[in-house]
Each structure stands twice: as C-alpha cells, then as structure tokens.
Write a protein that binds this ligand. Structure first.
Ligand code: SAM
Length: 271
C-alpha cells in the first residue's frame, strides 16, 4: 500500500514537472530568493574588489558615512576636505536619510591635491563617489597616482549616470576634461552650475541666472562631471595614465574601476 502511494506521488510529480516545469520553476525561484537575500550588488562588488586588491597602508578619500569594507591586511586612514563637525553640517541631509554614522577623518586635506601625502607613500587610494565632485579630475588622478607606490592600487567607484539623477545630463567629454585641466576649472564652472539649475533642479529659465550667481558664491560640491562605465573608460584610454586597468565593473547604481600603478609607464608629454 505504502509502495503504491509512493508510485502515485512520483508519477504525479513527474507529470507536474513535465507539463509545467513546476520543480524547475520552484528551484529557480529559490535560487532567486537566495541571490536577493545577500547585500545589494553594488556593495557585494565593492567588497569583492576590495578583498581582491587591497592590502598594506592606504587612504580612503571621502568615506563620509559609507567606508569601504577592507580585508584585515589593509590599514586605512580616512581623508576628507573638512573636519567631522563641518562634514556633519555640510552633509546633514545625507547623514539623516542614510542613518549611518559619519566616519571622522584622520586627515583633513584636499583630496584633489593630497598635499599632506608624500610621493609613493601608500599601497592604495580609495575614492568612492568622490571624483565626480572634483572640478579637475585629471589633476586629481595625477595626485592619486603620485602618492601610490609602484604596484599600488587606485580603487574608484562612481555613480553610473544611467542609474542616477544625472541621467538627463550630457556625459562629460574627454575634451571638456582636458580643457578643465589645461585652462583651469573656472572655464567651465558657470556651465556646470547652469546645467545643475536647469536639469537637476528644473528651474524655469528666468530663475537660472540668479541660481548660478548663488552657486558661484556658495561653491557647492555638485556632481561636476557625469560618466557611465563606457565614457569613463574612453576617458582613461585617452588619458593614458601610468597604470594598468585591473578591473572594471558596472552594477545597479555605480561602476568600479581598479587601476594598478605601473612604474614602467609615464604620463604622456602635455601636447
Ligand atoms: C557623496 S560623498 C561619498 C560617500 C561615500 N564614499 C560613498 O561611497 O557614497 C562624497 C565625499 O567626498 C568628499 N569630497 C569631495 N570632494 C573632496 C575633496 N576635494 N577632498 C576631499 N574630500 C572630498 C566629500 O566631503 C564626501 O565625504
């Protein structure tokens, strides 16, 4: 009797599987649930790259309230342009919406220049969602690579314009970045502020000039530049920094690029 019951059950299941792929669908659903129960993909990608590439002594510029998790073999000092109290004031809104505590900077320094850091003194530099706030990214990349030892790692993540509020903004061109570096970021500052007022704040045209004047006085650290993984890689290829591309990965909100300083390469002569 028990054997007969088992035979009927097996036949029933086989029938279900055959007709509707029931078991397969259940298995896929389960796999999906398991996959989604981990950290978000962007965080998992940051963790994975961090544990693969970071070790030794380094800095994270602009960790704010989201420091990168690093392996035990990596020692990090935190760098920001302002003290903890000032950052709490400037980023009150971001800190409030995330609810995560601020990481107090160990060193207050302009991350674009890193004047407090010697040449070739660090094993890694992390800058997550920082480079888009910088007016001259080429100058910043020069200094990131300057402070790295040969073989040191530059760990960058940037918001992917396709997935953020920057979506409607034009992607920053290589020519624009070269201009900001060669002639100084003042040449395009007003243009950035106008773009912000028009596209991000959607202000009516007659209010744009006053808003631009206010920005010119306040000097907010907007997203000056806008990239997605493709356009950032185009930028790097045009720039030819003295580094090798180790990894590049896009996730659901950002992209990561890992560069390793190559002592066998030199910055191209300014042309
Ligand atoms: C949007 S937050 C990034 C927070 C976090 N790292 C993340 O992954 O989301 C930008 C951070 O970069 C810092 N930052 C921007 N420009 C900087 C500069 N020139 N020097 C040092 N820190 C800077 C800001 O103060 C802030 O802490």
């Amino acid at each position: 009797m028990r054997r007969r019951l088992a035979e009927i059950t097996t036949a029933f299941l086989r029938d279900l599987t055959g007709r509707w792929g029931f078991t397969r669908r259940a298995r896929l659903k389960l796999r999906d649930l398991v996959a989604r129960s981990g950290p978000p993909r962007w965080e998992a990608a940051r963790d994975d790259l961090s544990f693969r590439y970071l070790r030794g002594d380094g800095i994270e510029i602009g960790a704010l309230n989201m420091p990168l998790r690093v392996p035990p073999s990596a020692r990090v000092r935190y760098v920001d342009h302002a003290s903890a109290d000032e950052l709490r004031e400037i980023y009150a809104w971001e800190l409030h919406i995330h609810g995560w505590p601020l990481v107090p900077p160990d060193v207050v320094d302009d991350g674009e220049r890193l004047r407090k850091f010697e040449d070739e003194s660090l094993d890694f530099v992390i800058a997550n969602h920082m480079l888009e706030h910088v007016e001259d990214p080429i100058g910043a990349l020069h200094h990131f690579l300057r402070v790295l030892r040969p073989g040191g790692i530059l760990f960058l993540t940037l918001p992917d314009a396709r997935r953020t509020f920057d979506g409607r903004r034009p992607r920053t061109t290589v020519e624009h970045l070269m201009g900001d570096h060669r002639e100084g970021p003042e040449v395009s500052r007003r243009e950035h502020y106008e773009e912000w007022a028009r596209i991000i704040e959607s202000l009516p045209e007659e209010q744009v000039p006053a808003r631009v004047e206010a920005f010119a006085t306040e000097r907010p650290r907007h997203h000056f530049h806008v990239w997605e993984l493709d356009t950032f890689l185009e930028f790097l290829i045009a720039l030819q920094p003295p580094a090798d591309l180790e990894a590049a990965q896009a996730t659901e909100k950002e992209f990561a690029v890992i560069l390793r300083k190559n002592p066998g390469k030199r910055w191209p002569e300014p042309g």
